[in-house]
Design a protein around this ligand. Structure first.
Ligand SMILES: Cc1cc2nc3c(=O)[nH]c(=O)nc-3n(C[C@H](O)[C@H](O)[C@H](O)COP(=O)(O)OP(=O)(O)OC[C@H]3O[C@@H](n4cnc5c(N)ncnc54)[C@H](O)[C@@H]3O)c2cc1C
Length: 413
């Protein structure tokens, strides 16, 4: 059987795998990417947050993205009946990017991996990892191309960025119960011919239908708009098994967007994702590390997916370089510990969103600007900045501020 030897095998050519591969290649490591699908391929996760710009920049992938004319995202709007809350990333606490993009992921992911190839990395598309055997930290991976031809890859290290493919987690039995309550989602895109003219209607918007149910509106610069609902599985399932009928019915619950979309055909049959949140018991082992969604995914509500996927992809690549150079790497502290600090902060905000506490703060009619700036920095993805009290004391502050608002409302009543 054909056998290749590489330093690092990256499984999956999503944003996480692209960032890992680009960074490794930039530092002289012989890396190969194996990707199951043919690109461009559809992927959900079109709203980015500013922190990912730092990661693309460090991996040498920002410049190619800058040329694409994607819709700029300067903040986000939340609406519920007549109430509105807005975040402007230029008014956030601390350092960091003030903007990012909302992107059609088929084009975006293709742009990234094209650049990775352009920089010299070998990428096999339509090739699936079907088995991995570890011998200490060395590994032999069996891959299968679209003609079902099998071949082998010997690697000193594997970065598993296979997203919900979760190749190594499945093979080694590392899947763990989710941290966030079971939510599902239904989504598609439309050619948004009814989009009103002007900047206002290019702002990404989250409409709250019920405390635990929300609708996303993500307009792209190509004239299409991504629309979707997220809610508890029982809410999603009550609309039946036909995803198109279900989404059409769900749209009737949107006070703000029903008229805009009611007569527009969907560009593709809506996708349904059940039990979105994913977790693992172990994010690394001898000769491998899990990055992006193959390690963990919380919830789409604050668009943190690509940021975490690129944060883990970049950090994993840096640590793998150290290990290949013979240095001892403390994966538990330097990888799991670092990521856990950020994920814990985001988990609090996601959980407090669904309890309604964060919604109370966001929709408060007399917002405290100082608090808003600090929460804005979290929503921009700067969740490791412990000078921000809304990062450092995340598990108390959101709840306490919501309590104060509740008390204030009771006094006024
Ligand atoms: C409903 C929903 C809404 C979301 N909204 C957002 C959002 O607004 N913003 C955001 O940032 N994130 C969002 N996300 C999350 C986002 O989709 C992911 O976090 C992001 O795509 C993760 O990137 P990744 O590189 O880890 O994985 P992916 O982008 O999934 O890439 C993994 C790649 O691995 C390949 N692969 C899988 N198995 C194999 C195999 N055996 N062999 C070879 N290749 C393989 C796949 O084909 C795929 O191309 C959302 C997720 C859901 C479910």
């Amino acid at each position: 059987m054909k056998t290749e030897n590489v330093d690092v095998l990256v499984i999956g050519a999503g944003p996480s795998g692209s960032v890992s591969a680009a960074y490794l290649n930039k530092h002289g490591i012989h890396v190969k990417v194996v990707e199951k699908t043919k690109f461009p391929r559809f992927q959900v996760g079109e709203s980015l947050i500013p922190r990912c710009m730092d990661n693309f920049n460090e991996a040498g992938l920002l410049e190619c993205l800058m040329k694409q004319g994607y819709e700029k995202k300067h903040g986000a709007r939340f609406i519920k009946d007549e109430a509105e809350g807005r975040f402007d990333f230029s008014k956030k606490y601390g350092e960091g990017w003030d903007w990012t993009w909302q992107v059609p992921r088929d084009h975006f992911d293709q742009t990234l991996i094209n650049e990775v190839i352009h920089q010299g990395v070998d990428v096999d598309f339509e090739t699936t990892v079907v088995n991995v055997e570890f011998n200490g930290s060395d590994s032999v991976t069996t891959i299968e191309d679209k003609n079902r031809n099998k071949s082998l890859i010997n690697a000193k290290f594997i970065i598993d960025s296979s997203g919900f493919g979760r190749v190594i987690a499945k093979q080694l039995g590392l899947e763990a119960p989710a941290k966030i309550a079971e939510h599902g989602s239904i989504f598609t895109q439309v050619k948004d011919v009814n989009r009103p003219e002007g900047k206002e209607d290019t702002i990404i918007t989250f409409e709250i239908i019920e405390t635990e149910v929300w609708f996303w509106y993500i307009p792209f610069s190509n004239g299409n708009t991504s629309i979707g609902f997220v809610g508890p599985m029982e809410w999603i399932n009550k609309y039946g098994k036909d995803n198109t009928v279900a989404l059409e019915e769900m749209m009737k619950t949107s006070k703000h967007y029903y008229e805009q979309f009611k007569d527009l055909p969907y560009l593709f049959a809506p996708y349904k994702v059940e039990n979105i949140s994913k977790n693992v018991t172990k994010q690394f082992g001898d000769g491998f590390v899990l990055t992006g969604n193959s390690a963990e995914f919380l919830d789409p509500v604050f668009s943190s997916g690509v940021s975490f996927a690129t944060e883990t992809g970049l950090l994993a690549a840096k640590l793998v370089i150290k290990e290949l150079n013979g240095e001892v790497v403390d994966w538990e502290n330097d990888y799991v510990g670092y990521m856990k600090r950020g994920v814990d902060v985001f988990s609090t905000y996601v959980k407090e969103w669904y309890t309604g506490n964060l919604q109370k703060i966001i929709f408060h009619d007399k917002p405290n600007e100082d608090i808003k700036e600090k929460i804005c920095a979290v929503l921009a993805g700067y969740v490791w900045d412990e000078t921000n009290p809304f990062v450092k004391k995340h598990n108390r502050l959101v709840r306490n501020v919501a309590k104060l608002i509740e008390m204030e409302e009771n006094i006024v009543d």
